[in-house]
Ligand binder design. Structure first.
Ligand code: ADP
Ligand code: ASP
Ligand code: MG
Length: 413
């Protein structure tokens, strides 16, 4: 008998009918002899709706109370799923993240998982019960509920799989990881497998099929993560480590993100320590800054540009303006209508020409590149938001990602 941790995302539990479908799937696994722990997300767009509701009440909801509010989304789906399981004769129990043993830091809305003590969870599994865990949340030392960041149910599932030494399966509304978002590129191709490294780059640059922190945890604890559809019985994608894709010399996938805002501090005095003076206060205020570019200085003055999530822009801007004043910079300009497109593949590091091909492709489509950033296996261009879908399609075609790869391995979950 093997233990499996499954995760069902928001679209998979979006209605009573969807929840019954998930219950039936879990029953099939249990009938096959698996012991099942399932992590659930909030129904459909509940989390977004709860955030909007809070902002109708006040412009500045307290983070602790936001967590009390947001965690209810996952609580609702966990209880309903257990009811649906009972209705078809499956013994099951719902547990909040805290009850399931997840201890988190006290940084509300973006808490880190400190530890998992799965005693209670194991006891329930040993009683023969299916355990449904409310995703995205844990308890702090003070027993306050804390959420672990958007997409946190993926992270919850991988964390519990690691703590229980179980298999990990993420069920969602697509039947695997594709070469690009299939909603944007109709001929995107499903990958049979992908390395943690590549998936992490795709996820952190916007391929929301997996949360980046979940991929990171999978990699750290070496938990293969199988991504598949909760609607169809198709073979999905295995995210795993260890395979050196010898012979691969190409782009594996394209990620895009339209949630990008850009802030430029102009006329920054070019002296040692100035970057720390800018970014330390932003980090202290928990703003997550992405691409950073500093121009070559002219007359000891430079321009410094960075990107961040659109939702953070309104709150971050006053901080940045204060900082600019303190360091004696000229002014601050901001633009919320940015997006980014990234090509990712381990082949990029060993072969020249990918960057040039990417830039030439964007240029041929008349798309202006505002900022470029790279890692060993990724090249990202910041482009105007409204050109992102065109950019993704043009790059998918230019790198011929719709064509099957000769060296693709067949690893079954
Ligand atoms: P869930 O609600 O199950 O967590 P998400 O909406 O977070 O699901 O993630 C699934 C979505 O991710 C898909 O519907 C798809 O549009 C999007 N997506 C983006 N990039 C990719 C990709 N490379 N492969 C598959 N899906 C992707
Ligand atoms: N409901 C949370 C969110 O929308 C967590 C998740 O679905 O993973 O981000
Ligand atoms: Mg998700």
């Amino acid at each position: 008998m093997s233990l499996v941790v499954q995760k069902y995302g928001g679209s998979s539990v979006a209605s009573a009918g969807h929840i019954k479908n998930v219950a039936a799937r879990i029953k099939r696994c249990a009938d096959r002899g698996d012991r099942v722990v399932a992590v659930v997300s909030a129904m459909g767009d509940t989390t977004d709706e709860l955030i909007a509701l809070a902002h109708q009440v006040t412009d500045h909801p307290q983070e602790r109370e936001m967590d009390v509010l947001l965690s209810t989304g996952e609580t609702v789906s966990s209880a309903l799923l257990v009811m649906a399981l009972h209705a078809i004769g499956v013994d099951a129990i719902s547990l909040s993240g805290g009850q399931a043993g997840m201890l988190t830091s006290a940084v509300h809305r973006n808490a880190r998982i400190v530890s998992i003590d799965p005693k209670r969870l194991k006891r329930e599994v040993e009683r023969g019960r299916v355990v449904i865990v409310a995703g995205f949340q844990g308890h702090t030392e003070e027993q306050d509920v804390a959420t672990i960041g958007r997409g946190g149910s993926d992270t919850t599932a991988v964390a519990f799989a690691a703590a229980l030494n179980a298999r990990c399966e993420i069920f969602t509304d697509v039947d695997g990881v594709y070469t690009a978002d299939p909603r944007v590129v109709p001929d995107a191709r499903k990958l049979k497998e992908i390395t943690y490294e590549e998936m992490l780059e795709l996820a952190s640059k916007g391929a929301k099929v997996m949360a980046p922190r979940a991929v990171e945890l999978g990699s750290v604890y070496n938990i293969p993560v199988y991504v598949a559809s909760s609607f169809k019985d198709e073979v999905g994608t295995l995210i795993h480590g260890g395979v050196d894709m010898e012979g691969f010399n190409r782009v594996r996938g394209i990620a895009h993100d339209v949630d990008v805002a850009k802030i430029t501090i102009r006329g920054v005095p070019d002296r040692p320590g100035v970057a720390a003076e800018i970014f330390q206060p932003l980090a202290d205020a928990h703003f997550s800054v992405d691409t950073i570019v500093q121009n070559a200085s002219e007359d000891k003055l430079t321009d410094l540009t960075f990107t961040l999530a659109k939702a953070d822009m309104a709150n971050a801007l006053p901080h940045v303006q204060d900082i600019a004043k303190k360091i004696g910079a000229k002014d601050v300009v901001a633009d919320e209508r940015m997006g980014k497109v990234s090509i990712v593949g381990t082949g990029i590091q060993s072969a020249p020409g990918y960057a040039a091909r990417m830039f030439a492709t964007l240029s041929a489509s008349g798309i202006n590149i505002e900022i470029i950033s790279t890692s060993e296996i990724r090249i990202t261009c910041i482009v105007p938001e409204d050109r992102v879908p065109d950019a993704v399609r043009a790059l998918h075609a230019a790198f011929e990602l719709e064509k099957a790869e000769a060296a693709e391995l067949t690893i079954q979950p």
